[in-house]
Write a protein that binds this ligand. Sequence first.
Ligand code: RB5
Length: 148
Amino acid sequence: MIAIGSDHGGYELKRGVTDYLKSKGIAYKDFGCYNIKSCDYPDIAVETCKSVVKGECEKALLFCGTGIGISIAANKVDGIRAACCSDTFSAKFTRLHNDANVLCLGGRVVGLGLAIELVETFLNTEFEGGRHIKRIEKITSIESMQNL
Ligand code: RB5
């Protein structure tokens, strides 16, 4: 199950991507928003990312105007490694090397054709493991650091 969320700035691109997921028979759960009315991307990021951290969804796709705001918010959730991508190399390597579990896209940045390629790449690339594991563990350890 793929978790999906957007604010108003990413709503149209999210709709295009969910049409694509439907056509491929890929199951998803949409955590909003459900129309183009203005809303706050951190609220959507938290609800969508919670489903990944709880294990209800394996990965998430998030959309806002730039993809940046919602990725910043998503990365505040413990256990989330969110990558904002607008090129397929980054979408591939954030899976291979960072084991990213959330892909963030900008509805005002990328078109639907590229977005679908980014989503396909992200969903179909496995984490490479090996030397990258200890780096992921170091990222995770930042979550419990106090008094930075
Ligand atoms: C909303 O206008 C816009 O600020 C938001 O979608 C996003 O681009 C923020 O990073």
